[in-house]
Design a protein around this ligand. Structure first.
Ligand SMILES: *Cc1c(COP(=O)(O)O)cnc(C)c1O
Length: 409
């Protein structure tokens, strides 16, 4: 209940009301202390003089010259994100996908060559094909689990090696040390989609990776109600082109959305930990079910690249997949997901609600995936939320029993 009392000793402003409504000073905020970052808005941001307006600014630092570049709300978020990953530079952009595309645009030009792992987040491929068809950027897929083969795919014009750990949908963890060594020996930049770790359980800059990309939409927001992305970097020379691309496209994010993500960050470590613990328990509960071929969770030995996960990560996330046995059909996988009560059918992850989707991967990728481990059928991806663990376990196992007992009748 906010009330206001005018100081009777202060004379009333004599200017006209419309002018006062535009120019009145806000109340004195100096006695107000709070840990929360206010939503600072403003497209026009005032300079105190023409000299200040004309002075050169470093776009990599705080630049209060125009709202698109940021207000204290956006910059406070960037500062916290850089702190999480222990690095120098951070910028926020409108989505995880835009974070990916500006890194690609900053590193590649016509005639350059980009290597992307087969298990990269799907829209990376769509963006790469766009670069290829419109700008003549060469794009090749590499097997993230076969670094020796990666060495053979490097060309004189290779400028960027993309990585994701673990990979989207199939959860293989690559040997990032080896990939970075190969890239560095050829002077090639590396980037990682580090969304799964939220920057908490994998530190890309300690591994020598040049760019870390986050879909803040997931854990950092944490409440499934904001879309945002971030790029982090530890080298001013290589980060400058990323900032330039962001600026050239006119990409900005709303300070209100930044405030929500800042609010999410306060609870990020405990949410991440709690959801990861539930996910691991569910993975263990599912792995021996008779309908299940294997659980693709990096912390389980049966998941490809488990040893890489063990040496490179300090924890796991709440996103993993369950591969049913080969004799089970896609329709049965769908029936399982449809029968779930607490797991909603939706994309994204890192929010409070548990989610499930039947995974769709290309036939070619599927064939390669099966070569190394035959006997697997449909794959269902699970994102574990903040519900009670026993409720989630009963939901998953109950629906599995329901679908697979019915089908054998
Ligand atoms: C969701 C996701 C993205 C894209 O994030 P958006 O904010 O939805 O654009 C990128 N990479 C990974 C691994 C993701 O899961």
């Amino acid at each position: 209940m906010s009330t206001f009392k005018r100081n009777p000793d202060e004379p009333l402003e004599s200017t006209a009301l419309p002018t006062r409504l535009v120019h009145a000073e806000p109340v004195d905020a100096s006695g107000f202390k709070s840990q929360h970052t206010p939503v600072y808005r403003g497209s026009s941001t005032f300079f105190s003089s023409t000299a200040e307006q004309r002075r050169p600014v470093d776009p990599l630092g705080i630049d209060y010259s125009y709202g698109l570049h940021g207000t204290p709300t956006q910059y406070t978020l960037c500062k916290k994100l850089a702190d999480i990953e222990g690095t120098l530079h951070a910028l926020v952009c409108p989505s995880g996908l835009s974070a990916i595309s500006i890194v690609a645009m900053a590193c590649l030009k016509s005639g350059d060559h980009w290597l992307i792992p087969g298990n990269a987040y799907g829209p990376v491929w769509s963006f790469a094909h766009n670069l290829k068809s419109r700008f003549g950027v060469e794009v090749d897929e590499y097997d993230p689990m076969d670094p020796a083969q990666l060495s053979n795919q490097i060309k004189p014009n290779t400028k960027l090696i993309w990585t994701e750990a673990p990979g989207s949908l199939t959860f293989e963890t690559p040997d990032l040390h080896q990939i970075v060594d190969i890239a560095k020996s050829h002077g090639i930049l590396t980037a990682i989609d580090n969304t799964w770790s939220a920057g908490l359980v994998l530190k890309p800059f300690e591994l020598g990776i040049d760019f870390s990309v986050q879909a803040l939409t997931k854990y950092q927001c944490g409440h499934a109600d904001v879309l945002m992305g971030a790029v982090l970097g530890n080298n001013t020379d290589t980060f400058r082109p990323v900032e330039q691309q962001n600026r050239l496209y006119g990409l900005g994010v709303s300070p209100s959305d930044c405030e929500l993500v800042l609010r999410g960050l306060v609870t990020l470590p405990v949410r991440y930990q709690a959801q990861a613990e539930s996910a691991l328990q569910l993975a263990l509960a599912l792995k021996d079910h008779p309908a299940v071929h294997r659980v693709l969770h990096p912390a389980l030995p049966e998941c490809p690249g488990h040893l890489n996960w063990k040496t490179q990560f300090t924890g796991s996330a709440s996103l993993f997949a369950v591969q049913l046995k080969a004799e089970h059909t896609d329709a049965q996988a769908c029936a399982w997901v449809d029968a779930l009560r607490w797991f909603k059918i939706a994309y994204s992850w890192g929010g409070p609600e548990s989610l499930a989707v039947v995974v769709n991967i290309s036939e070619e990728r599927r064939k390669r995936f099966d070569e190394s481990n035959p006997g697997g059928g449909p794959i269902v991806r699970l994102a574990v939320g903040l519900e009670d663990l026993q409720d989630l376990k009963a939901d998953l196992l109950g629906a599995l029993d329901q679908v697979f007992t019915q089908s054998t009748k």
